[in-house]
Design a binder for this molecule. Structure first.
Ligand code: DQA
Length: 147
């Protein structure tokens, strides 16, 4: 089971960035947590972050054939990026949208996700645990494809 975790802009600042919204856990802490659970579940993960939209598009494109599922926290690009949506649709790799905060309970501009319609589903509002839930959803998809 090969799962690619992609993180978008400003998620490198987790821990110091608006802790009242995103908590005090750093992205490195989240990665360690996900690695531990993935190892226990027999999954291999690759965990990346970038502030650049085009880099995310490139990573999604090159995931084809290398990973079975993508777990994506596209951060602010969730609400703006047709390019990300097209990359997910174009590669056809099952993708799970995740967010730390509940985007539907925040400012109105965050209620709309341009990627939701091409993702398998959306996990939003469970803090760092959204990543663990994303991992479990990814494993479930892989086990369903290959029983
Ligand atoms: C986020 C929610 C987005 O609206 C925001 O732009 C982020 C983080 C989350 O994980 O809660 O940067 O994706």
């Amino acid at each position: 089971m090969k799962i690619l975790f992609l993180n978008g802009p400003n998620l490198n600042l987790l821990g110091q960035r608006e802790p009242e919204v995103y908590g005090k856990t750093t992205l490195a802490d989240i990665e360690a947590m996900v690695r531990k659970r993935a190892a226990a579940r027999g999954a291999t993960i690759n965990f990346r972050q970038t502030n650049l939209e085009g880099e995310l598009v490139g990573w999604i494109q090159s995931a084809k054939g290398a990973f079975e599922v993508i777990v994506l926290n596209a951060a602010a690009y969730t609400h703006t990026s047709v390019a990300l949506r097209d990359a997910i649709a174009g590669t056809g790799i099952p993708t799970i949208e995740i967010h730390l905060s509940n985007i539907h309970a925040r400012e109105e501009f965050r209620h709309k996700s341009l990627i939701a319609g091409v993702c398998r589903g959306q996990i939003t509002g469970f803090g760092a645990n959204s990543y663990i839930l994303g991992l479990e959803a990814a494993i479930n998809i892989i086990e369903t494809i290959k029983p």
